[in-house]
Write a protein of this length. Structure first.
Length: 83
């Protein structure tokens, strides 16, 4: 399936495709079939932070399991997550 668009329309469509993190085909299908397209700003940063937290947790777990660390006080961490 092909369709025509002006350079300006193509530019607008491509910006929206890039923001959606979908392929061009998937984006256009969703538009044509009235399926939702959800774009959330900042998700990349949140995912990065979660990976960093996971890496830190893995390092602590390895240190405890290897006997390098005898006890870990996570009270401060608990307070941060529980408010």
């Amino acid at each position: 399936m092909k369709f025509r668009a002006t350079e300006e329309e193509k530019s607008i469509i491509m910006k929206k495709v890039d923001a959606s993190d979908l392929s061009i085909s998937e984006y256009l299908r969703r538009c044509a079939l009235d399926k939702p397209i959800i774009v959330m700003e900042g998700v990349d940063r949140i995912a990065y932070e979660l990976r960093a937290i996971g890496n830190n947790l893995n390092q602590i777990t390895r240190a405890v399991n290897s006997g390098y660390i005898q006890a870990v006080n996570l009270q401060g961490t608990e307070e941060v997550f529980n408010g």
